[in-house]
Design a protein. Structure first.
Lengths: 259, 272
C-alpha cells in the first residue's frame, strides 16, 4: 500500500467562499440541484448524491451576544474503519492503495445499506442512476499526481492535501498556535489514528465542540454490535425451538409415531 | 446529520414475509422431526408456504435495488460480519432447503422421509437465520433507534415464529384441517411463541428506554400499541387461551399476522 493520503480541513481559515464546493461540482461533473431554504447562507442542508463538498455555515452567538460565524467545509471522512465499506455486500465500496474509500459505480447495485451505515450521513443514494454516491477523493486526480479539486482551489489553504503522516504534525502545530492566540476550543477531529474509527483520512481542525458542527462526539462503527445481536438471536432461536419441540412432541406411546 | 436508507414498503413486506417463511419452515421441520403422522399437513403446508414465500421475497428484494439487474453482484462477495452479505447468501441457501423439503414432502415417498427429516432439521438453522437476521441488519447501522436496539434480531425471530405458525394454522383452517391434532399443536406452539414474543418485546423496550420513542410515542405510537401490542399479541393470546371455541380460529391467526406486519412497518418506517 502506498503512503496514506489525507485532507486536512482547517476551519479557522475558512472564509465560506464555497470555491471548494464549486470546484468539486465542476471536476466531478455533478449537475446543479434546486437550492433549498436552510435558514442560513448554507446550501444545501445536507450532502446529496450531487454535492460531495459542502460548506457549513453555523451561526453561534458569543458569550457577549455578538454573532459569530463558524464555517466548515465538510466532506466524506474516508474513515480508516469505514462503516459503508463494511456494509457493502457487493464489494463496490473499496479502499484504494492510498487509504481512501471509493464506490465503484460499475458494481454498486443500489441496496442502500451503506447509506444507513455511514456515521456522518455522507453516502447518498442517486435516484437517477440507482447507485450510491459520495466524495471520491478525486480518485482520478490522485492517481495522476494531483490533489483533490477542492484542496487545489481553496484560496486560503483551509483545505490542505498531502501525506497523512506529514499533515497530522502540521495540524497539531496549527492547534498549538491557535491556542496561543486565545482560541481555547481549537482541537483536531479525526486526526488520531488510535481514536474513533481508526482515524479519519479527511480530518478537521474545529474551533468548537463537534456537536456544534453536526459531527458526532465519538463516531462508532455500525458493525460493532453484530456479535452481541447475533448471540441474542441464537438464544431466542433456541428458546423458540425448544417450545416448538414441546408443542409438537408425541407423548409416551400415545402418538402414532413416525410413519 | 445521518441519512436514512430510503427503505420503504418493499422492505417492510420482505421483512414480514421473510419472517413468515423462516418461521413456517422451522415449525414444519420441527413438526416433521418431533411430531407424528398426524402432523403431516402441518409439515407439508409449512414447507410449501416457505418455498413460495422465499421466491416472492427474492423478487421484492430485487425490485428494491437501484439497479435490479445487478442483484447477482451480492454473490460475488462474502463478508461474515455483514448481515446484508450473509443475508443475500442465506436467502439462496434457505430457498434450496425449503424447495427440497417441499419436493420431498409432496413426493410422498416414505423411503425418502428419513432423508427429508435430517435435511429439514439442518435447514432449521437457515430458517432461524432468515427470521432474525433482518433485525440484526437494521440494528447494525448508524441510525438512531435501530442501532440502539440490541434485541431487534431476537424480536424479529419471535415474530417470525408467531406469524409463521399463524400462517400455517390459517392455511390448515382454510383447507378444512382445523379439526386435526396437527392444528391443535400449531396453535399450542403459536401460543408459546406469542408469549415469548411479548416477553422479548418488553425487554426490547426496557433496554431501549427513551431510544424507543420513535415507535412508542409520536405518530407511530397508536399503530404500535393498539395494532401490535394489543390487537396483534394480547387479544389473539386471550382468544386462544380463554375464548377457544367462541371465536373462529381464523380470527386470532389473522390478528397475529397483521400485528407482525405492523411491527416491521413501524420499525422500518420510523427511520424512513
Amino acid at each position: 500500500m502506498a503512503r496514506t493520503l489525507a485532507m486536512f480541513t482547517d476551519t479557522s481559515l475558512c472564509i465560506g467562499c464555497r470555491a471548494c464546493q464549486v470546484a468539486c461540482k465542476q471536476w466531478n461533473e455533478l449537475p446543479v440541484e434546486q437550492p433549498e431554504w436552510t435558514g442560513s447562507y448554507q446550501n444545501h442542508a445536507h450532502f446529496t448524491d450531487k454535492t460531495y463538498r459542502l460548506v457549513r455555515f453555523i451561526e453561534k452567538p458569543k458569550e457577549n451576544g455578538e454573532l459569530q460565524w463558524l464555517l466548515m467545509s465538510d466532506v466524506c471522512k474516508h474513515c480508516a474503519q469505514a462503516g459503508c465499506l463494511d456494509a457493502c455486500p457487493t464489494g463496490a465500496i473499496y479502499r484504494t492503495e492510498y487509504g481512501t474509500v471509493n464506490i465503484n459505480q460499475d458494481v454498486c447495485n443500489g441496496c442502500r445499506y451503506c447509506v444507513s451505515s455511514c456515521p456522518f450521513g455522507v453516502v447518498s443514494f442517486n435516484h437517477d442512476t440507482g447507485r450510491a454516491n459520495k466524495c471520491t477523493f478525486c480518485n482520478d486526480r490522485i492517481h495522476n499526481g494531483l490533489g483533490p479539486a477542492c484542496a487545489k482551489t481553496c484560496p486560503t489553504d483551509s483545505i490542505q492535501f498531502g501525506f497523512r503522516d506529514e499533515l497530522v504534525p502540521k495540524a497539531e502545530k496549527r492547534v498549538a498556535k491557535l491556542k496561543e492566540q486565545g482560541f481555547a476550543g481549537a482541537h483536531l477531529y479525526g486526526a488520531d489514528s488510535k481514536g474513533p474509527l481508526g482515524g479519519l483520512n479527511a480530518f478537521f481542525l474545529l474551533l468548537d465542540k463537534p456537536a456544534t458542527y453536526n459531527l458526532p462526539e465519538k463516531p462508532e462503527l455500525p458493525q460493532r454490535n453484530v456479535l452481541a445481536d447475533s448471540v441474542f438471536s441464537v438464544g431466542s432461536a433456541l428458546l423458540v425451538g425448544v417450545t416448538a419441540i414441546v408443542a409438537f412432541r408425541e407423548r409416551g406411546g400415545k402418538g402414532d409415531g413416525h410413519a | 446529520m445521518l441519512k436514512p436508507p430510503d427503505w420503504h414498503m418493499l422492505i417492510v413486506w420482505y421483512f414480514f414475509l421473510g419472517g413468515i417463511a423462516g418461521g413456517a419452515y422451522f415449525t414444519a421441520a420441527i413438526a416433521d422431526n418431533f411430531g407424528g403422522q398426524r402432523d403431516r399437513e402441518v409439515v407439508r403446508i409449512g414447507y410449501i408456504l416457505s418455498t413460495l414465500l422465499i421466491g416472492l421475497c427474492g423478487i421484492l428484494l430485487i425490485l428494491d435495488l437501484g439497479v435490479p439487474t445487478r442483484f447477482l453482484n451480492m454473490l460475488g462477495v462474502f463478508k461474515f460480519w455483514d448481515p446484508m452479505s450473509i443475508g443475500a447468501w442465506m436467502l439462496g441457501i434457505f430457498g434450496l432447503f425449503a424447495f427440497v423439503s417441499s419436493a420431498l414432502s409432496l413426493a410422498g415417498r416414505e423411503s425418502m422421509a428419513g432423508f427429508r427429516r435430517v435435511w429439514s432439521l439442518i435447514g432449521t438453522i437457515t430458517g432461524f437465520f432468515l427470521a432474525s437476521y433482518t433485525g440484526v441488519l437494521l440494528s447494525n447501522s448508524a441510525q438512531p433507534f435501530w442501532s440502539d436496539a440490541r434485541l431487534m434480531g431476537a424480536l424479529f425471530l419471535a415474530s417470525g415464529a408467531s406469524t409463521g405458525m399463524a400462517a400455517i394454522s390459517l392455511l390448515l383452517n382454510l383447507s378444512g384441517e382445523s379439526a386435526g391434532e396437527g392444528f391443535k399443536k400449531v396453535k399450542r406452539a403459536d401460543r408459546f411463541a406469542m408469549i415469548f414474543e411479548l416477553l422479548v418485546l418488553a425487554l426490547f423496550l426496557a433496554f431501549l428506554g427513551s431510544a424507543a420513542a420513535p415507535i412508542t410515542t409520536g405518530h407511530m405510537a397508536p399503530l404500535f400499541w393498539v395494532g401490535l401490542v394489543i390487537a396483534g399479541l394480547i387479544v389473539p393470546l386471550v382468544m386462544d387461551v380463554a375464548g377457544a371455541g367462541m371465536v373462529p380460529a381464523v380470527v386470532p391467526a389473522l390478528l397475529v399476522l397483521v400485528g407482525g406486519f405492523i411491527m416491521r412497518y413501524v420499525i422500518v418506517m420510523a427511520n424512513a
